[in-house]
Write a protein that binds this ligand. Structure first.
Ligand code: EPZ
Length: 428
């Protein structure tokens, strides 16, 4: 249960390199189960969620070779089970991608039910609706989901809710099904496109990813492939907001500017200067921050995974801003911690009203989930005084070497190990 000690009021300056996308890696690594040969996956972020998902594959019998810090080779040929280890899978929500991958490979999958988390219930009814449409039957007992099919056949599936997870899981189950599967009202996130590109590199026939209609023409078999994961849109957005919050000047490298359009637009609306290049983006703030209203939406809308971070920026903007959380039921738990630093935020359901203040003040704050943790770090970087950000294991789920990257930008940050006899926090 380590913590970061951060002294604020340091303008972040310099360059930062963005790692591979967590939410693409968590879908692509399980997808390697579908191949009949070795898959080499590059630009993988070095984060604990990725370590967890590769452990699950290894436990199933896959041979994982670590080539270097951001490259692995997955040999799925020795996978001997369709039952994912409860002990390993219960720690991360993305373990539910094993359902689609194992069902697609073995026509049978048994995986733990994903837990709830700090921003509301996290149902999988749309995943199950998709599997059923492909001819699978499922049962939920003892906290496990058991899905099996005599034969997977393509069908038309309309998602009642735009769901990244359901879109991914149906793609994984459908690529080797007989016939054509059409997913309507599909998620359009960059990591959906990345998964489709990886599957097609393996010999699948997935068309329309990135739009709300994805067609999957089932193929007999998938071969091995070499693939490099896209840069992480949310990690990039987090450093953009950190640069703006500290009135800094940062070149954020190894990004796809198009994936950051909604974030850039809102930062510019707040008076932040943005310069886009081919694979980098410069963020500079010299003047005051203006108020701005935010509604989080599925891509290409403003990402929900940037909501806590932008709330910190709005807390020190001039005027009153409104945040409307359009994706999750309860994604404002971090507000209590931000209030401890002097933020003036009132929350009513999925709406937060942010009254800008001149500055935040340092405090010891807790982390409630991954993106809330990133927000707390941004708050500590711009607050007056020295803050303690506790429970940083949540942050390390999704941010590679955040301490080193921030220190290279001039942040005054150090890690303190805290022995805590309490059980390890369940991370989902
Ligand atoms: C993915 O979660 C991401 N996680 C989340 O990022 C992200 O917040 C979310 O997509 C939205 O972009 C990963 O990719 C590992 P959803 P997921 O299914 O797939 C409802 C992070 O910080 N829903 O798109 O679980 C659901 O309740 C994490 O990196 C159903 O009702 O999200 C929510 O309101 C946090 N039934 C909405 O849809 C279902 O069967 C969107 O959920 C599935 C979802």
């Amino acid at each position: 249960m380590d913590k970061f000690i951060i002294t604020g009021e340091t303008r972040l300056q310099g360059e930062v390199n963005i790692s591979g996308a967590k939410n693409a890696a968590l879908a692509i690594i399980p997808a390697a189960i579908l191949a009949e040969d070795v898959c080499r996956i590059e630009n993988i972020p070095n984060i604990t969620d990725v370590t967890a998902i590769t452990r699950i594959l290894s436990d199933l019998g896959a041979r994982i070779r670590v080539v270097d810090q951001s490259t692995i080779e997955v040999d799925p040929r020795k996978i001997h089970s369709h039952v994912a280890s409860y002990e390993l899978a219960r720690h991360i929500r993305a373990s539910y991608y094993l359902l689609g991958a194992l069902l697609g490979r073995f026509s049978h999958a048994v995986v733990t039910m994903p837990g709830g988390c700090d921003f509301g219930v996290r149902p999988i009814d749309q995943h199950l609706k998709g599997f059923a449409a492909l001819g699978a039957e499922y049962s939920l007992e003892g906290g496990m989901v058991d899905v099996h099919a005599a034969e997977l056949k393509g069908d038309q599936i309309y998602l009642d809710v735009v769901s990244v997870g359901a879109t991914v899981n149906i793609m994984l189950a459908a690529v080797r099904a007989k016939g054509v599967t059409v997913i309507e009202n599909a998620a359009r996130e960059p990591h959906i496109v990345d998964l489709a590109n990886f599957l097609n590199t393996m010999g699948a026939d997935v068309r329309g990813a990135g739009t709300d209609v994805i067609k999957i023409y089932g193929v007999e078999r998938l071969h091995g492939a070499t693939y490099s994961i896209i840069p992480d849109q949310i990690e990039a957005g987090t450093y953009m907001v950190a640069a703006a919050a500290t009135a800094g000047n940062v070149l954020i490298k190894n990004v796809i500017p198009k994936h950051l359009e909604s974030i850039s637009a809102k930062l510019e609306e707040m008076g932040v200067e943005i310069e886009e290049y081919d694979d980098s983006i410069r963020v500079r703030r010299t003047g005051p921050l203006h108020k701005c209203n935010i509604k989080t939406m599925p891509h290409p809308g403003f990402p929900t995974d940037m909501q806590p971070q932008i709330a910190v920026l709005l807390s020190i903007a001039q005027g009153t801003s409104i945040i409307n959380e359009g994706v999750w039921d309860n994604r404002f738990r971090y507000v209590e911690e931000l209030r401890r630093m002097g933020a003036q935020i009132s929350v009513d359901g999925k709406i937060a009203v942010v009254e800008g203040v001149d500055h935040l003040n340092a405090a010891p704050v807790k982390v409630t989930d991954l993106r809330a943790g990133a927000a707390m770090m941004i708050a500590a970087l711009c607050a007056h005084g020295t803050s303690q950000v506790e429970d940083i294991q949540y942050i390390e789920r999704g941010y590679e070497d955040i301490e080193g990257k921030l220190r290279a930008l001039g942040a005054e940050i150090r890690r303190v190990s805290v022995f805590d006899p309490a059980p390890v926090a369940r991370v989902v």
